[in-house]
Design a protein around this ligand. Structure first.
Ligand code: ZN
Length: 386
């Protein structure tokens, strides 16, 4: 998608006013207090300047160039990172951006994770965070998945996020950078974090920006890029997201965002092939997708990130059994279709984990330990899933 900034005089004036004092004089008699936005970092690769990190601190753009900072290997040893090669670059949060929780960001080599694991003892899953950083963090802290400093505390456990980190809420970037950090920390602890792609990741990366929070208009303007370009292939988070799977199988459970329709059987896809195709074609435009039957299926309403059929009143258990057998699993865990709690259907052969975090008030986790399923309530308590 090409972005042509419509930069008229009024926009310029508003930005100048916002940057000057955070107060925008709307008319003679009313003064609107413009919110003081802190956001970022957005880290871009730049062929001449090296990596550049951009923050927005109190509505002002603050940029750091990696080549201006000698990478201090001594300090890097205190950082948690999978690959301490020279490709690791650390940026520190500007002093002006106090409200942001990410103090340092260390970039590292991106790799594609396996999509099937056996003998995983502890699993926790949740979905549809939609930029609700505070609810997400509190839920994880209350269940000791992360500690008080938001570091990984789940040991060798696997955490699965079944998609839709993007859109609706106003702290999407904070969630992404926390996941980015936790993924590395989990790996070092012998655990895993599986961030799976939802339809909203696909929408944003493909330039469908209907659900982006208004807050991000400022980042678009100050960085002179559309929102999808803030996460394109020349960005650290954009590259990282493009390495992600859409479906993962842990023990006897298949995790994904939407659901599996019986159309899947016609295409005879396996998990790895589907993950590969979805990765390889994430940036294709609609015309290219239309030419290819399999992509049409994978990226449209009966595909794994959009399908809602599991929740139809007349959904047949026969189809469910057929699909479970095809994948060799006992259950599907899905997000996307919002519930008021973690909900088990068909004797927990389908578990819905979109517990309404997007509303910004509360949410739940699903725990699977030795094949026992429990709900992790928002207050930190547990309840057996019936
Ligand atoms: Zn969704």
């Amino acid at each position: 998608m090409n972005y042509k900034p419509s930069f008229n005089l009024l926009n310029a004036l508003i930005i100048i006013l916002l940057m000057a004092g955070g107060q925008l004089i709307a008319s003679e008699n009313t003064t609107v207090q413009a919110s003081q936005i802190d956001d970022g970092p957005y880290i871009f690769e730049h062929s001449i300047k090296g990596n550049q990190a951009h923050w927005i601190c109190k509505n002002q753009l603050v940029t750091q160039n990696s080549n201006l900072k000698e990478i201090d290997k001594g300090r890097l040893t205190n950082e948690i990172s999978i690959n301490k090669s020279t490709t690791d670059i650390t940026f520190e949060k500007p002093a002006l951006c106090q409200s942001l929780s990410t103090s340092t960001v260390t970039t590292s080599v991106i790799s594609v994770s396996k999509d099937e694991y056996q003998n995983v003892e502890n699993i926790v899953a949740l979905s549809d965070i939609h930029g609700r950083f505070d609810v997400f963090k509190k839920l994880l802290k209350n269940h000791k998945i992360i500690d008080e400093y938001s570091n990984w505390q789940f040991g060798t456990g696997h955490m699965v996020i079944t998609g839709d980190v993007f859109d609706r809420g106003e702290q999407v970037n904070e969630v992404l950078w926390l996941l980015y950090k936790l993924e590395k920390q989990a790996l070092l602890a012998g655990g895993r974090l599986h961030l799976l792609m939802g339809n909203h990741e696909q929408m944003v990366l493909r330039g469908d920006l209907r659900y982006v929070h208004d807050k991000y208009n400022l980042a678009e303007k100050l960085l002179n890029r559309s929102y999808d370009q803030l996460y394109n292939q020349q960005t650290v988070i954009g590259q990282w997201l493009r390495s992600k799977n859409t479906i993962v199988k842990l023990n006897n459970t298949l995790f994904l965002h939407g659901g599996i329709s019986t159309d899947w059987l016609e295409h005879k896809l396996n998990i790895t092939k589907a993950n590969q195709l979805l990765r390889a074609h994430i940036d294709d435009d609609n015309d290219e997708i239309k030419k290819n039957d399999v992509l049409q299926f994978l990226l449209r309403s009966n595909g794994p990130t959009w399908y809602r059929g599991f929740f139809n009143n007349d959904y047949s258990e026969k189809s469910l059994s057929q699909l479970l057998k095809y994948f060799g699993v006992s259950r599907f865990v899905v997000g996307h279709t919002t519930q008021t709690q973690v909900l088990g259907l068909f004797d927990n052969k389908i578990v819905a984990v979109d517990s309404g975090i997007k509303n910004g008030e509360s949410g739940e986790l699903l725990f699977i330990e030795n094949n026992n399923l429990t709900r992790g309530l928002f207050n930190g308590k547990r309840q057996v899933l019936h």
